[in-house]
Write a protein that binds this ligand. Structure first.
Ligand code: TYM
Length: 330
């Protein structure tokens, strides 16, 4: 078993990214070998500023470490530093169908956001993601719900490759957080929390100050009634309970019990306290890692070396299976 996951360095991460994805890594790394990637090649599928991308790459590395990624036991690296990711993408492109890529929700949404820049890389984004995962023969991929469609394509490409060229890849599975796979916007519980949301009241960033976070929780949308209960009839409150539960590792039923007979005001105060405690601890560690670029660079250098070792071995197998070159990976 091997775990692979990644985040794009496109901006500061929010608590949805943390709960849906990174938090799961921290528990999985106790049991399984893990490879954690900063997917900078995915980040250039939308317009970007080169110098900013560099800064964000180190920001994301510091975020992984502050969240608790164990860089000694596991691999932490930058995607573009291991060339096999793009090389395997090309080979998988020969198996991917234009018709199935056209169905991807994320492609459709991002095409709407910037209609003048629907580039070929944005279209091919899921194939690069499949290459990321398959290059390490990963079996488990902790992600948020919005990435499940990309996971299905990855599984399909692995099956197709194995059927055509012989068994090379295990079929990987997406791993979803039990309740937090889709953290919703604080200002609109019908849409997922997203860094691209038009209002900052949609999300809590991992870099938000305590005052900003408290203010956002105070303004968070609630449902009719006043009971703190989890369920379909209370989408806004359920989302807040989920955040509370995930950040404090408290079962949902314990939170319902704690706030039985109490109103939204008291619940929101408790939630704001929990979020602020989490942010305080996280930010202290983040500052420490982010201010030590020498350490960050040495962790990423070492990670790229270790990742390259696995990636080049798989890629040699792939080349031979596909019939590229003159055999035996020449
Ligand atoms: P990205 O950078 O958009 O998001 C990082 C992770 O955060 C999850 N996420 C959420 N989870 C719960 N609630 C939300 N509101 C929420 N918003 C985002 C995402 O599902 C994701 O897991 N394509 C990926 C990056 C990637 C990747 C990979 C992931 C590239 N290659 C290989 C896993 C394996 C992405 O865009 O994530």
């Amino acid at each position: 078993m091997l775990v692979f996951s990644g985040v794009q360095p496109t901006g500061t991460l929010h608590i949805g990214n943390y709960i849906g994805s990174i938090k799961q890594w921290i528990s999985l790394q106790k049991e399984y070998p893990c490879v954690f990637c900063i997917v900078d090649l995915h980040a250039i599928t939308v317009r970007h500023v080169p110098a900013k991308l560099r800064t964000l790459t180190l920001d994301v590395a510091a975020t992984y470490l502050a969240a608790g990624v164990d860089f000694e036991r596991h691999i932490l690296f930058v995607q573009s530093e291991v060339a096999e990711h793009t090389q395997l993408t090309w080979i998988l492109n020969s198996l991917a169908k234009v018709s199935e890529l056209k169905l991807m929700h994320q492609f459709k949404e991002k095409s709407k956001e910037d209609a003048k820049n629907i580039n070929a890389a944005l279209f091919d984004y899921p194939v690069l993601m499949a290459a990321d995962i398959l290059l390490y023969k990963a079996t488990h991929v902790p992600i948020g719900h919005d990435q499940m469609q990309h996971m299905e394509i990855t599984r399909e490409l692995a099956r197709r490759f194995n059927a055509q060229f012989g068994e090379v890849f295990p079929i990987p599975e997406g791993v979803l957080h039990k309740f937090g796979a889709r953290i919703m916007g604080l200002d609109d519980p019908t849409k997922k929390m997203a860094k691209t949301a038009s209002s900052a009241y949609n999300y809590i960033l991992l870099t938000d100050t305590i005052d900003e976070a408290r203010d956002k929780i105070k303004h968070a949308v609630t449902d009719s009634g006043r009971e703190i209960i989890f369920g379909e009839k209370k989408p806004a409150v359920s989302n807040l309970i989920t955040i509370y539960s995930a950040l404090t590792d408290t079962p949902i039923s314990d939170i319902e019990k704690k706030y039985e007979g109490k109103g939204y005001k008291e619940f929101k105060e408790g939630l704001a306290d929990a979020i602020c405690e989490f942010l305080g601890t996280f930010q202290k560690k983040y500052k420490k890692f982010r201010s030590d670029e020498k350490l960050l660079n040495s962790i990423l250098d070492d990670g790229a070396k270790r990742a390259k070792k696995i990636a080049s071995k798989t890629f040699a197998e792939v080349r031979d299976a596909v019939g590229l070159g003159r055999g035996d990976s020449k």
